[in-house]
Design a protein around this ligand. Sequence first.
Ligand code: FES
Length: 287
Amino acid sequence: MTTTAARSSAPGSPAEGGAGGPRTINLTLHVWRQSGPSDAGRMVTIDAPGISTEMSFLEMLDVVNERLTLAGDEPIAFEHDCREGICGSCGMMVNGVAHGPQRATTVCQLHMRFFHDGQELWIEPWRAEPFPVIKDLVVDRRAFDKVIQAGGYITAPTGTAPDANAIPVPKPDADAAFEAANCIGCGACVAACPNASAMLFTAAKVTHLGLLPQGQAERDSRVLSMIATHDSLGFGSCTNIGECSAACPKEIPLEAIARLNGDLLRAARRRRRRPPRDRRRGSGAAR
Ligand code: FES
């Protein structure tokens, strides 16, 4: 199916504005259209002429959607919130690459100057069984919420906040925890992984809390529970391909997965060691 609505309201010719000025480019979009979870879905070709190279990728989709709407066609559904690369809502495959061709960049921060006049773009939703398509480019990422619910928290006393310097944290640990905390939960790691593994996402959450003193109380139960939930939701296993880290807009390193594996082995070993009598006493048993 070809939609020509976008072409009919084209604002101008390519390379407007002269040297150094604003430019426009003409694109051909092949967009995944799926009316709902039970629809089989299909690629639809949409002409997108006169796109300013100063637009972001989502602004380009806004323009296309405005043209589609004016022509009486259904706009393309896609998810977004902050458009500043911090909320993790946006995410789509652009020419087979999660978040598109610009490294360490969410698709909302990707700009049209990275594309050229006459280019064809294939735009698809994340493809992973635990992320079913809701509509067009929007997928259901509640599986990530379930992994977080399984262990992404700490136990802390209520009351007055303690002095920030009361618990010393070694600088390398603080830096690594902060690096892991950059994960925005966009799902690019899952979409990029041939196994649809969410191990980088899970590792970021385990690392972020497990490296800090406040995260020690649940360190064992956290990693065991989050991995069990990860597996039960249908995410695949990690086979160290590294696509997840390469696709991550926040550049979470593969070392996070190594840390998770270390924590997992440690937790499994300690759980096996625990005497049966202590196990019967519940979670307050000696660690
Ligand atoms: Fe928030 Fe892209 S819309 S990260």
